[in-house]
Design a protein around this ligand. Sequence first.
Ligand SMILES: [Zn+2]
Length: 302
Amino acid sequence: MYSRRINDHIYLIDLKPSNIENFIASYVLIDHKTMIIETGPTTSIANLLTGLSEIGIERREVDYVAVSHIHIDHAGGSGTLLQHLPNAKLITHARGAPHLIKPEKLWRQTKQVLGEIAEMYGEIHPVSKERIMKATDGRVIELGEDIRLQVLETLGHASHHLSFYEEGSKGIFTGDAAGVYLKSIDATIPTAPPPFNLEITLASLNRLIKLAPKTLYYTHFGAGEDAVKRLKAYMSQLELWAKVTQEGMQNQENLETIYERVLKEDTSTGKAADFIRDHRVLRRGVVMQNIRGIIQYFEKTS
Ligand SMILES: [Zn+2]
């Protein structure tokens, strides 16, 4: 099984890229209209389609596919997925759209940054321009009487990041705006690779907190309750990482040393150290990229 029911209207599909479970989720929202949030990468589109049929949704019934941002693990499969969904429009931030229409540069850069992980996720195929619906902040998408989604521009992780607020369950589909949630060990780790902007990320999180949400629907991975508490904890975690990184920069420590201190000072990341070491994607180097993102942020703003 790839699909799990969250409530009457929302399902999660565990995309299991390369059989890695509980790592990348797509969500399916069902009312008179149907929407998929996050496509995941190309290589797990077959699993997404299997999950969709498990739920009993026919491919022609999907009206919208929304992506939080264009990173390969969230939207890399868009072009491939749309080939299977004849009536679906792709909802994305305007700044992300050109990269999905012409993904060659995005794919090249992704390979440079992620190396073999990019190959595992698979090549990014183009989405035709006519199928893209650019979403701006505040736009409301109604799927029926029970499901209304508000589009929120939540920049910081990327310059084109959207979150989606679902009013019925008071839930937010956070993309990469609220970190990676590791449910099995109850820990969260930051999503702050370059070009990360700390100040804008914190402002986005504050905005999400003001909505007083109950649930966060993380792409990585699953639903987390006590949403406000989680968002606040994530803000503190980022602030701590930033403080340790800044101190490290002042003391001319290298990346490795700064990361070791982060593991010591941040209990959540410390708790995740073994998990990170053993995970096939969330390796040390990938997690350390977040420190690189914070370093570059301070270099730019100082
Ligand atoms: Zn991302």
